[in-house]
Design a protein around this ligand. Structure first.
Ligand code: RIB
Ligand code: CA
Length: 315
């Protein structure tokens, strides 16, 4: 039986790869996408989600627009990382479909309450929608089956400030609400995603297949690779979001630690920084499982094989 997954996402180049991996994986039934500000505006990432689904002939999967702004902070987008469109150099035609009328937060709430202990929530953007949904309907905390979050940097440098990862920096207050909610969280931080670099050789392997999917990935990741080279001197690009999604059905890609994790919401240099109390000085119960070890080639092989199959089916 496939896992029923809701993707809360800010597509975004690596988000788009996570959407394609979900569509390419029989272990997953993608029930819908709620969109969130982050890599680009909510309006833009909503358009992108619709366009990516149509590119993969999955335009029947519903998309629900979510919150436009963080809970407290000013909006922070990342055109330097994902381009003004949010999809790098990729050009997708205007989607024919429209987002659903229902708000993304209500989609999360209604899906989880109507199917208790069946919905896997995969949150790969800032956590505003998830936090707002928890505040509006606290019962989702015990009704959701599991929550996979891409975010944070535990013992790794930040990718947005010296200390903070983008998703938790954009909306640290929402991350604080979610981290302390009691939801069954598995966190995929930069500590593991930065060990899995999508290389030019990996892209060349995909380009052996002539398909709109591989052309899209090439155009999107070319921009993303240029960013990683210019800003972080990395040869390739870090595909955080598809790794997070892969752990929902192939957890053995990573090794995990049950940890007490928090996020800094003070107004100093540490805002958005995530940290673990490894020695549990405060004697608290762990609030999440954290992926701290990874088998990089196991993930990349899975990703490439699944995308090759999807691309061939749509070539
Ligand atoms: O820090 C990386 C995360 O922030 C990824 O989810 C990326 O898409 C952005 O949302
Ligand atoms: Ca994302």
């Amino acid at each position: 039986m496939p896992k029923h997954i809701i993707l809360d996402s800010d597509p975004g180049i690596d988000d788009s790869l996570a959407i394609l991996l979900a569509l390419a994986s029989p272990e997953i039934a993608l029930d819908g996408i709620s969109t969130i500000h982050g890599n680009a505006s909510t309006a833009q990432v909503t358009r992108n989600a619709l366009a990516i689904l149509e590119l993969a002939k999955a335009g029947d999967i519903p998309v629900y627009k979510g919150c436009d702004l963080p809970l407290v902070k000013e909006s922070l987008l990342s055109p330097e990382t994902h381009g003004n469109s949010g999809l790098g150099y990729a050009k997708l035609s205007e989607p024919q479909s429209r987002p659903q009328i229902k708000h993304g937060c209500d989609f999360l709430i209604e899906s989880i309450l109507s199917s208790p202990n069946e919905i896997t929530l995969v949150a790969i953007g800032p956590l505003t929608n998830v936090a707002m949904a928890i505040r509006k309907e606290p019962r989702i905390v015990e009704k959701v089956k599991e929550v996979f979050i891409m975010g944070g940097a535990i013992q790794h440098a930040g990718n947005t400030t010296a200390l903070a990862e983008f998703n938790t920096f954009v909306d640290p207050h929402s991350a604080h609400i979610v981290f302390h909610s009691g939801m069954p969280i598995t966190l995929t931080p930069l500590d593991v995603t930065y060990q899995c670099i999508f290389l030019k050789a990996d892209l060349d392997r995909l380009l052996r297949i002539d398909s709109p999917i591989t052309k899209f990935i090439a155009d999107a990741t070319r921009f993303y690779m240029e960013f990683h080279d210019e800003y972080q001197k990395i040869d390739g690009c870090v595909i955080n979001d598809p790794m997070t999604l892969a752990l929902t059905f192939m957890p053995e890609i990573c090794d995990y630690q049950e940890l007490v994790v928090d996020v800094d919401i003070s107004t100093g240099v540490g805002l958005g920084n995530t940290f673990a109390d490894f020695y549990n000085y405060e004697k608290k119960a762990p609030n999440m499982k954290v992926a701290m070890g990874v088998r990089p080639r196991m993930f990349m092989e899975l990703f490439l094989e699944r995308i090759e199959k999807l691309a061939e089916s749509l070539s």
